[in-house]
Design a protein around this ligand. Structure first.
Ligand code: E4P
Length: 218
């Protein structure tokens, strides 16, 4: 399973990339707005730091606008994937960009049928938002299971990119289902690293080592 970071925060991106954990990045207009500053500079910098796929989202809502923006964003780096919403214009742009050899991530997916349409339009990634479904009392992870089964039935090549992840158990569940990618907010990735027994165990090892050193000196 590939791990992407779902952020435009350069500090987090550098930190987790230095640990060798990141296969890619996803951004969206809200994540860029959260960081403030010049979004173009931030997007260019992210594509420089990360070797893997970096999803940059269009804000145009019409086909021509999405195509123009897609071409402009693609110039930020070879590894740029254009993110388009699952709308009629978005799917048309997905098909055209894919035919030009520009990979596309279809975002804001909330149903198995939307995922099928994204795959038919040639998307490299489909992004189902599981946390937002959970938020309204629906089964986000159930959607991942359904998409996984449908894509397997028809050997669709589109990768399932689990988005809107809220906690580490989402990651475990996505991995058990066999999702291709999870995109994680930095705090969720941080929580995956931590376990209280690791902290206690390390503290005890160091304390025992100190005791041994003291007894050798006395
Ligand atoms: C996906 O690419 C999106 O950026 C993201 O996962 C949205 O998640 P949210 O529901 O936490 O905003």
């Amino acid at each position: 399973m590939k791990i992407f970071l779902d952020t435009a925060n350069l500090q987090s991106i550098r930190m987790y990339n230095d640990m060798g954990l990141l296969d890619g990045i996803t951004t969206n207009p809200s994540l860029l707005a959260k960081e403030g500053g010049d979004p173009q500079k931030a997007m260019e910098e992210i594509t420089r730091i990360i070797k893997g796929d970096v999803s940059l989202e269009v804000v145009a809502t019409d086909y021509e606008g999405m195509m123009d923006e897609g071409h402009r964003l693609k110039k930020y780096g070879q590894n740029v994937v254009i993110k388009v919403p699952i709308t009629a214009d978005g799917l048309k742009a997905c098909k055209s960009l894919t035919q030009e050899g520009i990979p596309v991530n279809v975002t804001l997916v909330f149903s198995p049928n939307q995922a099928v349409l994204a795959a038919k339009a040639g998307a490299k990634y489909v992004s189902p938002f599981i946390g937002r479904l959970d938020d309204i009392g629906q089964d986000g992870m159930g959607l991942i299971e359904e998409i996984k089964q449908i894509f397997a039935n028809y050997n669709f090549k589109t990768q399932i990119l689990v988005a809107s992840v809220r906690h580490p158990m989402h990651v475990v569940q996505a991995a058990k289902i066999g999702a291709d990618v999870v995109t994680l907010p930095p705090d969720v990735l941080g929580k995956m690293l931590k376990h209280p027994l690791t902290d206690i165990g390390l503290k005890n090892f160091l304390a025992d080592w100190e005791k041994l050193k003291q007894s050798n000196h006395s």
